[in-house]
Design a protein around this ligand. Structure first.
Ligand SMILES: Cc1ncc(COP(=O)(O)O)c(C=O)c1O
Length: 422
């Protein structure tokens, strides 16, 4: 990346979050905002206020979310980025240990493990997909690997049986970023409950859009205890005749009572919303797959419920005059708000600070025995790069889609395809 002046930096648009990401969208397709709110949201919020902040709304939400997912523990956090940061700290690996992680994701997937001093090693995606596989993960495992962090991108669930099998063979912890797959189902179990632990986001624009919230799910009693200690209590312990001491560098990543109130209300309406997303994305994909040169994201048979957060398809570049950028812009202008490429999801390219640290062998890349030289570029993940160069998505896909909206969205893509066909 080239260096830039302070003025350029000031003029550059900062990344937007939540409802602001979709503020300028309009058109006749349904949009996620304003979000549908669970009917009891005000009642739960009033309880928090009326109790003078003494009610345990966070505990109620944690209990309800854990139960709904069939696991023992939920540790509520202010988002998935902090949830995964808490998990990284709770695992307590050595500085400079490697974590194999999906190459296509949001920065929130890796922020915590980088801050914890671990080294992310990005696994490629399986060809033609945006998710990692057991094979692409195994190719990254070294003597320094301690864990595997998989992302179920767009709601498509990685083949966890095969991934867990590889990890067990190598003695590795597996955990999941289930931000985009809440209540998605794989072989009878929910996304985020398919390994040691899972991280979730209840950010306003996510499928269970609540506010700026998230959580960890785990069945592991010891890990849950450690995550609460490190993540909620700043690792503070009370010592007789002294008071609080901090045995490690912990966080105060606690969910607020008011977010818990909204999250609890949203949890009560999420079931039918996920079912609708599953039905609509399968229908939309079937329409998209009928268009020559267009391939919807393949849905693996193990994804029994596709809790789809974003819709997407690849284009066959040899069939069209325009590139992916232009194709996406025409689809957006044609009426699918927010449609466009997502090259920035290629993490080895989107995190130039990491490549710089690796090149200069700065900490933790200076940490002996660093098992090899690390490079962060598109060449390390050729499948992911190749797919993202042809991929167009829209994260404004939502549970308000009905069959005629799927036809409408596909007809917009079809029109753009026909207008640009060679
Ligand atoms: C796959 C994935 N992981 C992590 C995050 C970060 O979640 P949060 O915004 O709740 O910190 C996101 C949010 O966009 C995401 O999509």
């Amino acid at each position: 990346m080239t260096s830039e002046t302070a003025t350029n930096r000031r003029q550059r648009e900062h990344a937007r979050y939540g409802a602001a990401t979709q503020q300028e969208f309009d058109g006749s397709l349904p949009q996620p905002f304003p979000r549908q709110m669970g009917p009891r949201a005000m009642e739960y919020l009033a309880e928090v206020v009326d109790s003078g902040l003494t009610c345990d709304m966070v505990g109620r939400f944690e209990h309800a979310f854990a139960e709904a997912n069939g696991v023992a523990h939920c540790i509520a956090t202010p988002g998935c980025t902090p949830a995964l940061a808490v998990l990284a700290a709770a695992f307590d690996f050595e500085l400079g240990d490697e974590i194999v992680v999906s190459s296509v994701s949001d920065f929130g997937t890796v922020q915590g493990l980088i801050s914890a001093g671990y080294i992310p090693v990005f696994a490629d995606t399986a060809p033609g997909t945006i998710n990692v596989s057991a094979e692409t993960i195994e190719a990254c495992i070294t003597d320094r690997t301690r864990a595997v962090l998989v992302v179920h991108l767009s709601g498509l669930i990685c083949d966890m049986d095969a991934i867990n099998e590889v990890a067990t063979r190598h003695g590795l912890v597996v955990y999941e970023d289930a931000c985009q797959a809440v209540f998605g189902r794989y072989k009878g179990r929910n996304a985020g409950t398919l390994a040691t632990a899972g991280g979730f986001s209840f950010d306003a624009e996510k499928t269970m859009g609540s506010d700026v919230g998230g959580c960890i799910l785990t069945d592991d009693d010891e890990l849950a205890e450690r995550a609460r200690f490190v993540g909620h209590s700043r690792a503070g312990e009370m010592i007789d005749h002294f008071g609080r001491v901090h045995t490690v560098n912990g966080f105060a990543h606690r969910m607020t009572q008011s977010t818990a109130a909204i999250s609890l209300a949203q949890l009560e309406i999420i079931g039918p919303q996920v079912e609708q997303r599953d039905r609509m994305i399968r229908l939309l994909n079937a329409h998209l797959d009928e268009i020559p040169g267009i391939t919807a994201l393949p849905i693996p048979p193990e994804t029994e419920v596709y809790s789809c957060w974003m819709a997407g398809f690849t284009i066959d570049p040899v069939q069209f005059r325009c590139d992916v950028e232009e194709f996406g812009a025409q689809v957006a202008a044609g009426g699918i708000p927010g449609a466009g490429p997502m090259r920035y999801y290629l993490l080895p390219v989107a995190l130039p600070f990491l490549d710089e640290a690796a090149k200069q062998q700065r900490f933790p890349y200076s940490q002996p025995p660093a098992s090899r030289n690390y490079h962060y570029d598109s060449e390390s993940c050729p499948n992911a790069h190749e797919t993202l160069e042809r991929f167009i998505r829209w994260s404004s896909f939502c549970d308000r889609y009905e069959p005629h909206h799927c036809e409408q969205a596909a007809s917009i893509v079809r029109r753009v395809a026909e207008e640009n066909r060679i």
